[in-house]
Ligand binder design. Structure first.
Ligand code: ADE
Length: 255
C-alpha cells in the first residue's frame, strides 16, 4: 500500500468501525464529537462520523450506521468498503485503521479479548473456480509492516480472513484454513481493498469475541463477549493513535 503518511508524518487518521456498539465506547474515550454529514455525503446515507484531536492528531471515526430498511448495524463487506472509499476521498487521511471484533482460532493461539493486528487480508467466501479468478476471489492483500507497533504495544499479530457470514460453513472453514487465518471477520479485506484503491496505508485491529474452533455456539459467545471486546478496543485504539501520531508509516516497522 502507498505511503501518503511518509511525507511529514501521520497527521490524520480515519478509523472505520462496523458496529455502533464497538464505536461508541471509543468515541467517549477519545471525547469525539458527532459531525453533520449531510453536506459531505448527500443522498441520505446512514453513515456517521465522529471527530476530534488527540495529542495533535486529527481523528475521525466513521461508522456505516443503521441499515435503512431494518435498523440494524450495516455490517459486512459492501457497506464498509463503500464508506472507506467515500470517506477516504473526503478526509484524505494519512492512515486508515479498521477496528472491530472478530472470531479467533484457539489452534492459532487466540483468546477472548485479544487484540490482533492483521499481517494479511483475504476473503473466504468468494469462490470462483476459474484460473486467475480463483486468486481474485481470495483477494489477498499483504498489510503494511508494523513490527515496531506490535512489539512496543505488546499486541498480537495474525492473518485475517473475511466473509459476509458470522457462522462458518465447512467450505468456509476449508478456505479460512487455506488463508492461514488466525482471526475471522466480516470487513477487514473489504476495508483493505478500498484503502488499497486509494493508496492509503491501512492497519486492522480486531478484538476477539468468540472462539471459532471452540465448543460454545458462536452467536451466544459473540453477544456474551461484545462488551469485553469493545473495552479492549477502547483501550488499544487510543494507544495506537498516540503511537502513530507524527510518525512516518515506515517507522511503524523495524525492518
Ligand atoms: N466478528 C466477531 N466474531 C466473528 C466471527 N466469528 N465471524 C465473523 N465476524 C465476527
Amino acid at each position: 500500500m502507498g505511503g501518503s503518511g511518509d511525507v511529514g508524518g501521520i497527521k490524520t487518521v480515519m478509523v472505520v468501525i462496523a458496529m455502533q456498539a464497538e464505536a461508541l465506547p471509543l468515541v467517549e474515550a477519545l471525547d469525539l464529537v458527532e459531525d453533520d454529514l449531510s453536506a459531505v455525503f448527500p443522498g441520505g446515507v446512514p453513515w456517521k462520523k465522529y471527530s476530534g484531536v488527540l495529542d495533535g492528531l486529527n481523528v475521525h471515526i466513521v461508522v456505516p450506521g443503521k441499515d435503512k430498511a431494518l435498523g440494524v448495524d450495516s455490517v459486512g463487506t459492501v457497506p464498509s468498503s463503500l464508506l472507506t472509499y467515500a470517506a477516504g476521498v473526503a478526509l484524505q487521511p494519512n492512515l486508515i485503521i479498521n477496528a472491530g471484533t472478530a472470531g479467533g482460532f484457539q489452534a492459532k493461539g487466540a483468546n477472548i479479548g485479544d487484540v490482533y493486528v492483521a499481517t494479511e487480508f483475504a476473503n473466504h467466501d468468494r469462490r470462483i473456480p476459474i484460473p486467475v479468478f480463483d486468486k481474485y476471489g481470495i483477494g489477498t492483500i499483504v498489510a503494511i509492516p508494523t513490527g515496531n507497533l506490535i512489539k512496543d504495544l505488546d499486541l498480537k499479530e495474525g492473518k485475517v480472513s473475511t466473509g459476509n457470514s458470522l457462522d462458518m460453513t465447512l467450505q468456509d472453514e476449508e478456505h479460512i484454513k487455506a488463508n492461514d487465518a488466525t482471526v475471522k471477520d466480516m470487513e477487514g479485506a473489504a476495508v483493505a481493498y478500498a484503502a488499497n484503491l486509494l493508496a492509503i496505508p491501512m492497519i486492522s485491529l480486531k478484538a476477539v469475541t468468540d472462539i471459532v474452533d471452540g465448543t460454545k455456539p458462536t452467536v451466544e459467545e459473540f453477544l456474551e463477549n461484545m462488551s469485553t471486546a469493545a473495552s479492549a478496543l477502547s483501550r488499544t485504539v487510543p494507544l495506537v493513535l498516540k503511537y502513530v501520531s507524527g510518525k512516518n508509516v515506515a517507522d511503524l516497522d523495524c525492518s
